[in-house]
Each structure stands twice: as C-alpha cells, then as structure tokens.
Design a protein around this ligand. Structure first.
Ligand code: FE
Length: 257
C-alpha cells in the first residue's frame, strides 16, 4: 500500500505519545488493493480515520468491521491481536489516515479493545461561520468526542476552514500537539503549513490556525498527554524494553496473541 509517512520514519521517529502518522490517498487501485494482510500489534493503539473509500477489518479473535468515509476506528491492541485491514473496493478513491498512539507501561498488556465509530456518530460543530470541526476525540465547545476513555486523553479533530477563517481554541497545556494539513494551506503565526505537511506545536495553551489562500483548508489537530517512558520498538510491537520486544516475538510465534 502506498503511504505518505510524516511521523514514525527516520526524520521524526516519535512525538510522545504519538508513534506514527500515515496518510493514504489514491484513486489508483494498484496503490491500495494489496491492503494490509494479517499482521500483529502489541503495546499501543492504532487509529484509522477515513475520508473516502471503504476499509474492512478482521482479527484473530473474531472481531470484524467496516470503516466508511467519515468513520473512525480506535483500536487498543494491548497484549496483542493479529488482524488484517483490506480495502473493500476495487476502484475509486481511498483516502484516510492511520495514527499510532503509545500506551503507558501499565496498559501495554491490557485486553484488546475496539471503538468503531460510524460517520454519523462523530459530532460536528460549527464554531463560527466557515469553521467546522468533526470531533473524533477530545472535548470542544461543551461537546465530547466520539472516542472515549483513552490513556493519553487525546484530541483528534478534523477541522474544515473556509477561506480567510481561523480556528482559535484552547489546548491542554501539558499535551504534545501537532497539526497535519491534508487540503489547502494553513497559517500558524508566521509559519505556512502546506498540504501533506505536519507542524509540531510549541508549548502553550492555544492553537490559532488560519486558512491561507482562496480555497479554504482542511487539517487534523492531534494532541495527547506525553507518556515519558522508555520506548522499545520493533515493527508492530512497541514496548518499554528490549526484553519485552523479544517476549512479543516469542508470544506471537507461539500463537499466544
Ligand atoms: Fe494494523
């Protein structure tokens, strides 16, 4: 599957508690048809948010689901699952994001859990004329996001700004926060953030982001409480120590996931 990786590659391996951010966007089935066949995860959470296309999901514990445009899945892998994520279409646009969120040591071996969110269950708030936010996770303007009870108390907003409009909102001071622009250009203070770019926010308590140019902008605002623990990572396993990674391999190979 063809991906654009902004976080989790050599340039930026970790932005605590976030481990990875991928955008997939293609209307050429050859780029996505292979999907992600069976693979394991342990020790963290994967978050999929779809803008277009349909993605099926199945795991080795009998869970299955279908992600639709505008829908989300927050999967807490915990002690381990083996799953597949496969496109349920043979043509047309497939567009969305996958974010990996770390778990604190105390929750790495918890039972797996899914929060599958239908598109219509994500609150949409019009903060002002031309300023719309879809609340995947995190509170805003007295409303609560669709995803609940996550260790790092995350914010995951999908923001749509019309030309010339600004989102100006408080963010929790202790959180690490970034934006990812997926359409248009956004101005943050003096910085222009273009389509396909991620911008890490400095310490502070507010985000003010404006649509630059004449056609508006769309972007994700993602924030979470840093975990501040040692990270040992190998592919689909994210633990605290090298020994725990070795144990993950042994457990996976012995079919204990
Ligand atoms: Fe996966």
């Amino acid at each position: 599957m063809r991906l654009k990786r902004s976080l989790g590659g050599p340039e930026l391996q970790l932005f605590d508690p976030f481990l990875l951010l991928d955008e997939f966007r293609s209307d050429d089935a050859g780029d996505y048809i292979a999907g992600f066949p069976d693979h394991p995860h342990r020790g963290f959470e994967t978050v999929t948010y779809m803008l277009a296309g349909r993605m099926g999901h199945k795991d080795n514990q009998g869970n299955s689901g279908l992600l639709k445009p505008g829908g989300a899945q927050w999967m807490t892998a915990g002690r381990g699952i083996v799953h597949s994520e496969m496109p349920e279409q043979e043509d047309g646009l497939m567009w969305g994001f996958q974010l990996w969120v770390n778990l604190p040591a105390a929750e790495k071996m918890r039972a797996p859990r899914y929060q599958d969110i239908e598109p219509e269950d994500i609150p949409e708030i019009d903060l002002a004329d031309g300023v719309r936010v879809r609340l995947v996770a995190g509170d805003l303007a007295g409303q609560t996001g669709a995803v609940r009870d996550i260790a790092v108390n995350p914010i995951y907003w999908d923001v749509h700004l019309e030309a010339g409009r600004t989102l100006d909102e408080a963010l929790p001071t202790a959180h690490n926060a970034f934006i990812y622009v997926y359409d248009g250009t956004v101005t943050l203070a003096e910085t222009r953030v273009q389509t396909g770019e991620m911008a890490l926010l400095s310490d502070g308590d507010r985000l003010a982001a404006s649509a630059a140019g004449e056609s508006g902008a769309r972007f994700l605002v993602i924030a979470g409480q840093p975990i501040r623990e040692q990270v040992a990572r190998y592919g689909p396993f994210v633990m605290n120590t090298r020994e725990e990674i070795m144990q993950a391999f042994q457990d996976y190979q012995a079919g204990r996931f």
